[in-house]
Design a protein around this ligand. Structure first.
Ligand code: PLP
Length: 420
C-alpha cells in the first residue's frame, strides 16, 4: 500500500480513517466536528502548518505546553545534540543533565523546594506529590477542590473534582474529599486529624480559568502551617511564566511544601514532569530512595530540553512578557465581549491564561469552530465546556493578538447570526 502525497486531501482522509479505525472513532468525529480537518506537519513559533501547507495561529498552546512557541531552535538543538550522544539514561551511572536541571529548578522554585523527582507528565507529577504527602505525614486524607484538575491516572483523578470523569472509574482512591475553590473556611472545616495534604491549582485552569481572591492562597498557607497539613500546589499548567510570574504562587508571595510541574518545562519539544519538595518532606525518601521510581523519568533528552527551555524563558524574559501581553489580550477580549452581554457572562484570566465564559456550551463550541474557520486554534476547558480558553505561546506579539480579537468578534457574531 502506498501512502498518498502529504500535500493531498487523500492523505488527510486516510489519516482520519486510521484514527477512526485504530485510535478512536469518537475522537475522530469530535476533531472533525470542531472543524480542524487537517494533519499537523510542521511547527514554527506561533504557527502550526498542516500537511497541505495551511498555517494555523496557535492560541491554545497545547494546553500550556508551547510556552516558547513551536520547535524553538535552541531547545531543538539541545535535544539533537543530546540525542546524538546519549539520549536515555543507563540508570547506573550519574546523569549530569538531571543533576543540572534539579539545581536550576531549586534556584527558580518558590520557597525552599530543594529536591526534585523527574517523571514524564503532569499526572505522574501529581501521583508522586500525593504519595510523598502520605509518606511524609503518615496520614491518608487529601483535600482537593470542586472543579480542580490534576490529571487522569488514579491519583490525579481522585484529586480532581469533576464527576463526569471520575464516576466511570469508581472506586477511586480512598480518603479524598473536595471543597469549593477559593474558600479557606471550607478547607478548614474539612481538615481532620488524618489529613495529609491540601492540593490546589493556584489558578484553576480546566475549571474555566478561575483566579482566586488575593487572600485565598496566603490563607491556605497559614491554615496548613497552623494545622500541620502539607500544601501541594499543582503548577502543571500555571508554571514557567504562564500567569505572568515564573510560578503563579509567587503573585501571592507563598510557597508550597510540594509542587507538581510539567507541560512547559519541556519547551514543547520533550515531555517531562516533576514534583519538588522541601528538605523537611523529602527526608522520608532517605531510608529507601527507590520507594518511588520511573524508568524514563529524568532521561537525558528531556532534561536537555528543559535546561534549554529555562535558558530561553530567562533570556526572553517570558514571565514578564506574559504579564504585559496577557493584560492586552484580556482587556481586548473584554472590550469585544461587551458587545455580547447576553451571550458572554464573564472574561477572566491571569497573564496569558484567559477564559471566556458563554451562557451555553453549544455556543462556546460553535465559537471554537468559528476560530477554526479562521485558522486559529482555541479550545474549551475540560471541566467547564462553557468556557473557551485562550492560552497562546508566551512569545505572542501585538499583531497576533489583534488578529485574534478581530477573529473572536467575527466568530461570536457569526454564531449569533446562525442561531438568530
Ligand atoms: N494538573 C493540571 C493543573 C493540569 O492542567 C493538567 C493537564 O492539563 C494535569 C495536571 C495533567 O497533566 P498531563 O496531561 O500531562 O498528565
Amino acid at each position: 500500500m502506498t501512502t498518498p502525497d502529504p500535500a493531498t486531501a487523500a492523505f488527510v482522509d486516510e489519516t482520519i480513517a486510521k484514527y477512526r479505525k485504530y485510535i478512536s472513532p469518537g475522537l475522530a468525529n469530535l476533531m472533525d466536528f470542531v472543524g480542524f480537518h487537517g494533519v499537523e506537519w510542521r511547527g514554527e513559533g506561533m504557527s502550526v502548518y498542516d500537511s497541505q501547507g495551511q498555517a494555523y495561529l496557535d492560541f491554545l498552546g497545547g494546553y500550556g505546553v508551547f510556552a516558547l512557541g513551536h520547535a524553538h531552535p535552541k531547545v531543538v538543538a539541545a535535544v539533537q545534540a543530546q540525542a546524538a550522544r546519549l539520549p536515555m539514561s543507563s540508570r547506573v551511572l550519574f546523569n549530569r543533565p538531571a543533576a543540572d536541571l534539579a539545581e536550576r529548578l531549586a534556584a527558580l522554585a518558590p520557597g525552599n523546594l530543594q529536591y526534585t523527582f523527574f517523571c514524564n507528565s503532569g499526572t505522574e507529577a501529581v501521583e508522586g506529590a500525593l504519595k510523598l504527602a502520605r509518606l511524609a505525614t503518615g496520614k491518608t486524607e487529601i483535600i482537593g477542590t470542586v472543579g480542580g484538575f490534576h490529571g487522569k491516572t488514579y491519583g490525579g483523578l481522585s484529586a480532581s473534582g469533576r464527576e463526569v470523569y471520575r464516576a466511570p472509574f469508581a472506586p477511586l482512591l480512598p480518603d479524598f474529599s473536595h471543597v469549593p475553590f477559593n474558600d479557606v473556611a471550607a478547607v478548614a472545616a474539612a481538615i481532620t486529624p488524618r489529613t495529609a495534604a491540601v492540593i490546589v491549582e493556584p489558578v484553576q485552569g480546566e475549571n474555566g480559568v478561575i483566579v482566586p481572591d488575593d487572600d485565598y492562597l496566603p490563607g491556605l498557607r497559614k491554615l496548613c502551617d497552623d494545622t500541620g497539613v502539607l500544601l501541594i500546589l499543582d503548577e502543571v499548567q500555571t508554571g514557567f511564566g504562564r500567569t505572568g510570574t515564573m510560578f503563579a504562587c509567587e503573585r501571592w508571595g507563598i510557597a508550597p511544601d510540594i509542587m507538581a510541574i510539567a507541560k512547559a518545562l519541556g519547551g514543547g519539544v520533550m515531555p517531562i514532569g516533576a514534583f519538588m519538595g522541601t528538605p523537611a518532606v523529602w527526608k522520608v525518601f532517605e531510608p529507601n530512595p527507590l520507594l518511588h521510581s520511573s524508568t524514563f523519568g529524568g532521561n537525558e533528552l528531556a532534561c536537555a530540553a528543559a535546561l534549554a527551555t529555562l535558558d530561553v524563558i530567562e533570556e526572553e524574559n517570558l514571565p514578564a512578557r506574559a504579564a504585559v501581553m496577557g493584560t492586552r489580550l484580556l482587556s481586548g477580549i473584554r472590550a469585544v465581549a461587551e458587545k455580547y452581554p447576553g451571550t458572554i457572562t464573564e472574561v477572566r484570566g491571569l497573564g496569558l491564561l484567559v477564559g471566556v465564559e458563554f451562557t451555553d456550551r453549544d455556543i462556546a463550541a460553535l465559537v471554537i469552530a468559528g476560530f477554526a474557520q479562521q485558522q486559529i486554534f482555541a479550545a474549551y476547558t475540560l471541566n467547564n465546556p462553557c468556557v473557551i480558553r485562550l492560552e497562546p505561546p508566551l512569545i505572542v506579539g501585538d499583531a497576533e493578538i489583534d488578529r485574534v480579537l478581530t477573529a473572536f468578534d467575527t466568530a461570536v457574531e457569526g454564531v449569533l447570526d446562525l442561531l438568530a
